[in-house]
Design a protein around this ligand. Sequence first.
Ligand SMILES: CC(=O)SCCNC(=O)CCNC(=O)[C@H](O)C(C)(C)COP(=O)(O)OP(=O)(O)OC[C@H]1O[C@@H](n2cnc3c(N)ncnc32)[C@H](O)[C@@H]1OP(=O)(O)O
Ligand SMILES: CC(C)C(=O)C(=O)O
Length: 204
Amino acid sequence: MMFHRQPQGLIEMAFDYRKYAAFKPVRKTNRRWPDQIIEKAPTWCAVDLRDGNQALVKPMTVAQKQRLFDLLVKLGFKQIEIGFPSASQPDFDFCRKLIDEGRIPDDVKIQVLTQARPELIERTYEALKGAKQAIVHVYNSTSTVQREQVFGLDRAGIREIAVKGATHVRDLAAKRRKPSGPSSIRQKASPALSWILPPKWSTP
Ligand SMILES: CC(=O)SCCNC(=O)CCNC(=O)[C@H](O)C(C)(C)COP(=O)(O)OP(=O)(O)OC[C@H]1O[C@@H](n2cnc3c(N)ncnc32)[C@H](O)[C@@H]1OP(=O)(O)O
Ligand SMILES: CC(C)C(=O)C(=O)O
């Protein structure tokens, strides 16, 4: 039941679900994921530490990030995106502090964001030296306006950025696994802002 304010007071009305269009399933017969149904809680990854610090003029300080990280650990998150170490010195320093001071519980994986650019991917691995495990989250934007205005590329060019970036992350993971790099690296790739594209462009 829902309540609506009317001149005569609050009126109880049944929720009219017919006002809303039903979700249209994505029909892709060559892929398994559109038919899959979530039946148990997924592994949640907190991205608060990065979203609040991605491109701010005045980002969170290392001390503020530490407080939020400790809270996220206390809340039970097992994957925590701690920032974008190649984008700012505070994010780089925060990553180093967590690793150097042994502040990451063994059952928690830190995740770091990077654009699909070789120099940034390399700086990201510098930030991760000595981490026991980590997830490197590499992304490039796929939206039409950014494809045309930022990258000046066609769709094949955008795919190439993604493939090159992912390959670089994989190669560095293999190369740096020992002795100084993280002993276990997982990779995550995001076609950023794909939700503003029609599914035929945004679903591989
Ligand atoms: C919700 C989100 O957070 S979406 C993610 C962030 N937004 C985007 O990726 C949108 C597209 N990108 C942009 O609008 C801009 O690149 C910004 C705002 C992220 C950065 O702007 P600037 O600091 O001015 O950097 P600029 O756009 O010049 O990029 C520098 C170079 O990196 C390239 N680049 C930017 N993002 C990426 C990426 N994710 N992967 C690979 N290359 C990239 C650019 O094409 C440019 O290359 P060039 O020097 O050969 O021309
Ligand atoms: C940077 C990317 C991965 C992102 O956060 C988004 O597209 O929302």
